[in-house]
Design a protein around this ligand. Structure first.
Ligand SMILES: O=C(O)CC1=CCC(=O)O1
Length: 253
């Protein structure tokens, strides 16, 4: 898998990997990179089938999405990194923290879930996108991604609607199937990476109850709920998310 990535920040600084959500790409993190790159090498990448990472026909698994990150770290000679993910990116992070704990230093999980059933809903969405294309997801997705004021703003619709309709149909569908089959709940208690969980108070896709479930199960996890913020809280509340990420990745343990 030829994973598209961008590495920004001072040579030799600790690495923070940023992983995007379903239907977005690495530009989801545009408001985080300038702040994080003061202290870290920021490695943002496109999930398979998103942005400029090719999408093979699915279904995919979280093991494959996590494997893409491990292969990228290997290629770049990075032994261990901090990891932040939004939604599908957070699911990828939980998989990595459970299955490759030696590669993940600290973990930040933003607007995500360890159990986002029912599986049939994700399979139906995959079938719909294979038939109609990712452009069909723009109208139902933007009101979940942003609170009403932002969801209707022209620049937001252009940037995020454009990202979603540019996502590969098979890639998007394959990622839906990875969510349908994910099996993260039982592994949460075994995560040893210091973990920050961030939720959007107005997130209808992965509501704060999902963040609470993760934060309760992962030993020592810190939970922060931001408002106003819907599913893409890092784009809606960039200053708050940047402050929380910097605190989490730099504080002494
Ligand atoms: O598109 C959605 O419904 C929200 C979402 C679920 C997983 C993800 O990455 O985004």
């Amino acid at each position: 898998m030829n994973v598209n990535y961008e590495l920004t920040g001072p040579d030799g600084a600790p690495v923070v990997v940023l992983s995007n959500s379903l239907g977005t790409d690495l530009t989801l993190w545009d408001a985080q990179v300038p702040a994080l790159a003061q202290e870290f090498q920021v490695l943002r990448y496109d999930q398979r089938g998103h942005g400029a990472t090719p999408g093979k026909p699915g279904p995919y698994t979280l093991k494959q999405l996590g494997g893409d990150v491990l292969a990228l770290l290997d290629t770049l000679g990075i032994r261990k990194a901090h990891f932040a993910g939004v939604s599908l990116g957070g699911m990828t992070g939980m998989w990595l923290a459970e299955h490759a704990p030696e590669r993940i230093d600290r973990l930040a999980l933003i607007c995500t879930s360890a159990d986002l059933g029912p599986a049939s809903m994700w399979r139906d969405r995959a079938a719909l996108v294979r038939e109609k294309g990712t452009a069909a997801m723009v109208e139902p997705s933007l009101p979940k991604w942003f609170t009403p004021e932002l969801a209707g703003r022209e620049d937001v619709v252009a940037k995020f609607g454009g990202m979603l309709s540019a996502a590969d149909d098979d890639g998007y569908a394959g990622c839906c199937e990875a969510i349908a089959d994910m099996d993260l709940l039982d592994g949460l208690g075994g995560i040893t990476a210091p973990t920050l969980v961030i939720a959007g108070a107005e997130d209808p896709a992965t509501p704060p109850s999902h963040a609470e479930r993760i934060a309760t199960a992962v030993g020592g996890a810190r939970l922060e709920v931001l408002s106003p913020a819907a599913h893409l809280a890092n784009a809606e509340q960039p200053e708050a998310v940047n402050r929380l990420l910097l605190e989490h990745f730099t504080r002494s343990l």
